[in-house]
Write a protein that binds this ligand. Structure first.
Ligand SMILES: [Zn+2]
Ligand SMILES: [Zn+2]
Length: 284
């Protein structure tokens, strides 16, 4: 793994061949799979206009990935059956942990070969990286180095708090301390997120976030930013993007198994203007 540096920021560079797969041969029924056209994007401050990417040719490949996941019931599709990692079973998505978003980006490599990248949203069963899937926007090793000791401290405080009288001043003090620790940790984690766009510019996510109010937790963890960031860092030109939901419907019933969705408006739209910048130029 190569690591580049932007200012004081460490940028993770995975080897593109890990995640870039030449387009598979689709069964005929996948070729005809359509849903309404889905475009995702956001406002770009620099260009003073919106940048969009649509589902393009990605839909049938998204459908293909969905079928593969349903059939194999595990995330590590590119690993032989007997080498499969037990943490990557999809079973929990149909139960208490509920479903998850998955995404496909069709893109063209510098040598003209078209292929697909795939992503899962957030962590899968507490794991950030899985073979064959694009990595997250943060440096996982650094994330763990920063968050593990604080998490332990927060857990320890939690136990101490439990043992104290409900209205004791000491309990209040420890509760405040715990809140402060987790708020600071959140800020530090946000600072680990960096995105590269199609002009080759890399910025901290917090710098390019265009939403009103603070950046929601989990911004940058969705499939679209992971996929676009990976493509931009490896000179892959995106041709189509699609995301679908797999598993038990979410609590608010806005996501249903097997349905396709545009990138979300609350976390992705405010960063996608920057992320897609430079792409029209690439298309020429
Ligand atoms: Zn999103
Ligand atoms: Zn722009």
């Amino acid at each position: 793994m190569n690591r580049g540096r932007i200012g004081s920021l460490s940028v993770q560079e995975s080897i593109p061949e890990d995640c870039f797969f030449p387009l598979p041969n689709l069964p005929p029924e996948n070729h005809t799979f359509t849903t309404f056209p889905i475009a995702s994007g956001g406002f770009c401050k620099r260009c003073n206009r919106g940048h969009l990417i649509d589902s393009g040719s990605a839909l049938p490949y998204g459908r293909f990935l969905l079928d593969q996941l349903e059939k194999n019931k595990r995330l590590d599709l590119d690993i032989a059956d007997d080498q499969s990692d037990f943490r990557f079973t999809l079973a929990p998505l149909y139960g208490p942990s509920r479903g998850q978003m998955f995404g496909v980006l069709i893109c063209r490599r510098q040598d003209g070969v078209s292929g697909m990248l795939k992503a899962f949203s957030g962590q899968f069963n507490g794991v950030w990286e899985a073979p064959g899937w694009v990595p997250p926007l943060l440096d996982v090793a650094l994330f763990q180095r920063i968050s593990d000791p604080v998490d332990q401290m927060i857990k320890k405080l939690g136990k101490e708090i439990e043992g104290l009288e409900t209205d004791s001043p000491q309990r209040q003090e420890l509760t405040n301390h715990r809140r402060e620790l987790s708020r600071n940790l959140m800020r530090e984690i946000h600072d680990l997120y960096a995105v590269t766009n199609f002009r080759g510019e890399t910025e901290k996510l917090s710098q390019i976030y265009r939403g009103s109010g603070g950046m929601p937790t989990g911004t940058g963890d969705c499939c679209a930013p992971k996929l676009l960031n990976h493509a931009a860092r490896h000179q892959l030109i995106p041709l189509g993007l699609t995301e679908f939901y797999l598993g038990r419907e979410n609590r608010s019933s806005t996501r249903h198994h097997g349905r396709f969705y545009p990138a979300c408006s609350e976390k992705c739209q405010p960063i996608m203007g920057f992320m897609l910048c430079g792409l029209d130029r690439e298309h020429g």
